[in-house]
Design a protein around this ligand. Structure first.
Ligand code: AMP
Ligand code: MG
Length: 338
């Protein structure tokens, strides 16, 4: 990413209407405009899911290929059957256990879900976010248009292949120069989870994790009392091997390798992301020192952005333990490193 002495965001125009009022975002969406929206995972770029032209602008703004499907956000689990059918009983159990929360369920689609959202696939990805800002937007939008099951199509608010934004400022850095002045950015503060939702294929006899997130495979098995499946026919284009990548080269490393590398080469153009109990070798730039795996997930994308803002050439990342959200952190680091 190009950057200036003022930081990576200084080159963008800032004409996008920024607000903390969910009603303003709901009005924009109602009228077919785009809204950048906070969720508990990362910021999303939303449009009314029943408006093909608004949804087309999401693809144009992101530079996203048209065959990559979008996640649809709804207000409540009870609207899942409006968008997906049939919904297997384990999926209903997962919705009950984890919604609102950072979980996306892929189910066969109903007529509500147009080709322009699903990338032509016969499945739809549905999510209910716990973020009060996004919940407010859905409530206002539903009331204004008289459709409680209304959906907002919202992929992450980054340009295609880039790091997902976890603050309103980062979303603006990504999209300010491609949004219109009458689009809206709803500032809901920094995202609590920090990595994208767990996506679960619910089209077969057993759930299959398509993208790891804070909701783990173990938690899914316990909540729905099922064994995880392992292969899925569902195409998930957003989970390309190389994704979520900053300009700096990301290298996954162990604490020992980190120490060894630094003795070989003390270099102020190399950044370090690791848990706080791992020391920064002399001369390297500490980007982040999260205390727990949850902290690690929360700060990861901001740290990768910081690496580019500082024009670092390399980032050495020591992943957290793999339990909990740690598996999702390792997944994102692996993609960033590819
Ligand atoms: P993002 O746009 O960053 O929120 O990522 C959305 C992810 O959901 C991408 O990886 C998509 O490929 C995936 N996705 C959305 N809809 C579907 C679907 N119907 N089937 C499978 N994956 C989907
Ligand atoms: Mg994305």
């Amino acid at each position: 990413m190009a950057s200036t002495p003022l930081g990576p965001s200084a080159r963008f125009n800032r004409d996008v209407h920024t607000t903390d009022d969910p009603m303003a975002a709901a009005v924009a969406l109602r009228d077919g405009r785009l809204a950048v929206l906070p969720t508990e995972t990362v910021y999303g770029l939303g449009a009314r899911a029943d408006m093909p032209r608004a949804v087309a602008r999401i693809y144009a703004a992101k530079g996203r290929p048209a065959d990559h499907p979008l996640i649809v956000h709804v207000a409540h689990a009870s609207y899942l059957p409006e968008w997906g059918h049939p919904v297997p009983s384990y999926a209903t159990a997962l919705a009950r256990a984890f919604w609102p929360g950072p979980l996306t369920l892929v189910v066969p689609r109903t007529a509500r879900a147009g080709d322009f959202i699903t990338g032509g696939q016969d499945t739809i990805a549905v999510r209910v976010s716990s973020h009060p800002g996004l919940q407010g937007v859905l409530r206002h939008l539903a009331a204004m248009i008289g459709d409680p099951a209304v959906g907002i199509a919202a992929p992450s608010a980054n340009r295609f292949g880039q790091v997902s934004p976890t603050t309103a400022g980062h979303a603006l850095d990504e999209l300010a120069d491609v949004l219109d002045p009458d689009d809206v950015l709803l500032d809901g503060g920094p995202c609590e989870v920090g990595v994208e939702s767990t996506i679960v294929d619910c089209t077969g006899t057993a759930p299959v994790v398509l993208r790891p997130g804070q909701v783990t495979a173990g938690a899914i098995e316990r909540a729905a009392n099922v064994r995880m499946g392992h292969s899925s026919p569902v195409r998930t284009p957003g989970t390309l091997p190389s994704h979520y990548a900053p300009s700096a080269r990301v290298i996954i490393t162990s604490p020992q390798e980190l120490a060894d590398r630094a003795t070989l080469r003390t270099d102020a153009s190399v950044g370090v992301i690791a848990l706080a109990d791992i020391a920064t070798p002399p001369g390297l730039v500490r980007l982040s020192e999260p205390v727990t795996s949850d902290d690690y997930a929360r700060v990861l994308y901001a740290a990768l952005r910081e690496a580019d803002a500082l024009r670092l050439t390399e980032v050495l990342a020591v992943p957290p333990p793999r339990d909990g959200v740690g598996a999702a952190v390792l997944d994102r680091l692996t993609r960033a490193a590819t």
